[in-house]
Unconditional design. Structure first.
Length: 123
């Protein structure tokens, strides 16, 4: 159970420490229960692990799924990463309209990388 009022980074601290030490399997084990409970940062982090194949087999489909979960909760980094997956057709079918949708959401939160991709799509 997540502790009310405690910053997420404190709760996720063990996973971050494991990740920074290169112990990706432990980070995955520590983040997965939180991600399944709906923690947006944990969902994003699990997406990164699947995207990079760090501590788990690389699975771009699973990465897109976790990015979508975090993106639907308004997490800009997840929105940008999901937009890039749609832009490049990695883990999902290439779909520039869907990519633009996710980039726009992230850009609205000030993500400059997402804005750059929106400019590319517009050209």
């Amino acid at each position: 159970m997540l502790m009310s009022g405690m910053p997420t980074w404190t709760i996720l601290g063990g996973g971050y420490q494991s990740y920074l030490q290169g112990d990706y399997q432990t980070a995955y084990k520590e983040w997965l229960p939180l991600a399944e409970l709906g923690d947006v940062e944990a969902q994003y982090n699990i997406g990164v692990l699947f995207d990079e194949g760090a501590g788990v087999d690389q699975d771009l489909y699973a990465a897109a799924d976790w990015y979508r979960r975090a993106g639907e909760q308004g997490f800009p980094d997840a929105q940008t990463n999901l937009g890039m997956m749609y832009y490049h057709g990695q883990g999902v079918e290439r779909d520039l309209e869907e990519a633009a949708k996710w980039f726009r959401l992230a850009a609205d939160h000030g993500d400059a990388e997402a804005q750059g991709y929106l400019d590319l799509i517009a050209d």
